[in-house]
Structures are given as C-alpha cells and as structure tokens.
Design a protein around this ligand. Sequence first.
Ligand code: OSB
Ligand code: MG
Length: 387
Amino acid sequence: MRTDLFGEPVPIATAELLHVPMALLEPFVTGFGTSSSRAALLVHLVDEEGHEGWGEIAPFDHPFYLPETTSTTWSVVTEWALPLALGVEPTPLVVAHAISPIRGNNFARSGVESAYWVLASHRTGRSLASLFASHASSADASEVRPRVRVGESVSIHETIEETLAHVAKRRAEGYSRIKLKIRPGFDVEVVAAVRALLGPDALLQVDANSSYRREDVAVLQALDRFDLLCIEQPLDWDDIEGHIEIQAALSTPICLDECLRSVAMTDEAIRRGAARNVNLKPARVGGPSASLAIYDLCNTRGVDLWCGGMLESGIGRALNLAMASLPGFTQPGDLAPPSTHYASDLVEPSYELDPDGTVLVPSEPGVGFPVNRDRIDDATIRRFVAR
Ligand code: OSB
Ligand code: MG
C-alpha cells in the first residue's frame, strides 16, 4: 500500500457519533431471524479546513447475525476507537493501524476507518473509488468501473407465491442478479420455482445465514441442480471445518460471509477449501484497508468475489459502491438502492437502479452523494462529541 496519496494531513476540529434510527419498510427475514429495527451510527469528522468525513456503522439491534449490536458499536466507538483514532495523524492507514489493537468489533472499527477515507477523499479531491484503487496492489486506478452491477438480497417471504411476485418485480426493474435468503424448510422448492421463473441464464444465488447443520448436506446437494452462483454461509459463523466438508460434497461454490471476519480467516478458508467464492463486506472485515487486502488475496488466488452489504443508508452504500468499482470484483454486489428498504435516505439525491441493472459509481470526492444534514439532525436520537 502507498501512503503518499493522502497529501498533507489537516488536524481534526470536531469528531462526533450520531445515532440515527432507520425504520425498515418491511421486516428483513433471514436464517438468523427477523429484524424489524435498525440504526445507522454515523461517525462524522470535520478538519480545521472544513473537510468532512462520514462513516456509517449499520449493525442490527440484536447479536444474531454477528456478535456486534447497536449498543456494543456505540460503546466501542465512543470509549475506544475514536479516542485512539484522534491520537494519531488523521489519515486512513495510520488510523487503521491505531485502532487495530481493538480485538474484533469489526463494524465499529470499520465505521471509524471509513470516515477517515471519506475525509481523505474530500481533502484530496479524489473520488473514494480512485483512492481505493490506488491502495489495492491488484487494482489499476484507470480501470475503476464507472458503473457496478447490482443485485438484491431478497428477504424470506411467507410463501413461494409471494417470493415469485417479488422476484418478478425485481426482474422487471432490471436487477443484475437475485440472491434468495433460504432456511431449512424454505429452500429447494422456492429455489426451483424462482429458477423456473427466471430461466437458465439469470444470475441466481442463495444465502442461508448459518441456518443449516453439517447433517443437512443432502438438502444442500439438492440445490446443485439449479446452477447457482454460490450457496452463501450454510453453516455456523465459526465452522470452517464443516464448510470444508460441505464444499467437498457440492459442485456449487460455497460463499462465506459470517465466517470471514479478517484477512487471516479469509486466507485460511480459501486455502483449506471452505469457500470458492467470497462475500467481501467492508463492515464485516473491519473496514476499507482489510477489504483491500482481502480483495488482493482473492484476485491473487483467482477466487470470485462480490461486494456484500449491511442494508446501509446511502452514506455506507457509497463506500461499498466505490469498493465494488474495483476491476477485480467478478460478480454483482448486494448494493440495492436504500429506497428498497427505507422510506427516506440520509443522502439526497440518493441513487436508484438503472434499467440495465447497474448503478453509477459516484465520481465526486467525499461521500459522493450530498449528505442530507437536516434530515440526519432531525432523526438523531443520541449524539457523542469527542472534541
Ligand atoms: O447475510 O448478507 C447478509 C444484510 C445484513 C446483514 C447480513 C446480510 C444482509 C443482506 C442484505 O443479505 C445485503 C444488503 O443489501 O445490504
Ligand atoms: Mg450473507
């Protein structure tokens, strides 16, 4: 990684953390349960020259996807991550290093590090996408994609009919691929129906969110005939051994999500055959610098990868779009517009899907979309000011 591209750092004048509840239009139903409420925790930095950094943390209110919750990320950021970050030079890689002694707590670290990338982008006048490209050794800034292919992650519906109606709507809107959430009892039949609806050429994959056991291998094998891009995280969040077993028994690539929480874990999973496909979710791996290292690792090993999401608002999504624009991402990402999940976004104008199934990657420096500060202030229920 190169550090010279961030230019002369400017001291931070204010750093704050805002708690903004985000009401989901519909409960998000997955193999780990139903999520009705969530929050955006926004790390907001302003330097002495007025440049701004925004980083979004988008945990669930519960610890059923991964251990972190809205409460834990709030306390780790206010008590540890921001104080450590504010003690060093305000540039992304230096800050990432300063907060690296914090074990785990990846969502919290990711939000803080992200704010410094956005700040650096604003200060240098270079888009986030081009800054990321300059810091990945396997990416060429001149090859950053102006548009990225977008897929939706489809919540579990009550019935197959409702699922088909939803998928048909998404197909009409042009989505590049469909990811169906599945769980035991809602799997082979619904996948068969959706594959029949979409036809053999449509990009289709499933995500089990750790809801199967090693003994369920026969059900997972039954999914092999639907030509899925991948089966995401069938087993427990810490079960590398089990995924090795399952991957050996399947022709469909296993994709890991919950299991890949660091560069080392991703390296191990790939090397040992637990995954042939990677969901690279910046929040889950602890932020952009770990994401760029995982991106390089996957590219070097020739492993397919795509950008995952945490149902972020436009602020967090903007960073994911910039990451997904790197040329080594091989499959469409979970980058559906915030309007699919929320009545209003925290950026205005936000983005929508174009009929060709892509979204334009912001080329403006900083977040890349105009942050709607009035809406954020109106919705903020808790505020921490570091200085
Ligand atoms: O398992 O990929 C997941 C959202 C929150 C937490 C975990 C997951 C998801 C999604 C939605 O599937 C992805 C998105 O559109 O942000
Ligand atoms: Mg997943």
